[in-house]
Design a protein. Sequence first.
Length: 135
Amino acid sequence: MRLLHTMLRVGDLQRSIDFYTQVLGMNLLRTTQRPEQKYDLAFVGYGTNPEHAEIELTYNYGVDRYELGSAFGHIAIGVPDVAATCAAVRDKAAALGGAVTREAGPVKGGTTVIAFITDPDGYKLELIERPALAG
């Protein structure tokens, strides 16, 4: 078995595509338009299935906002340097509706360096420092 993708419902598909590609450096992998069913999809990621999990962004026509509820936590992304990533994405994220919500620092009770950002729809993304991912 293998994790293939995570689906997020978004209020503005292009805004979300811009955030994930311009702020987080993901690639737009493919799109699907289903006007008869009243939804459009965009898949983003750092690579394609089956080698890499993807994020499926789903826009349901006429819905510009969702209640996130309390069950969903976050999507984790490994980066070589969390502080540098926060600095690099801060202005871009703000311009596209996202924000750095927890600055880089050790996880409570541990030493792993993490940070949190939110996307334009309020979904949380955890950045986890993985130096081995550098260059």
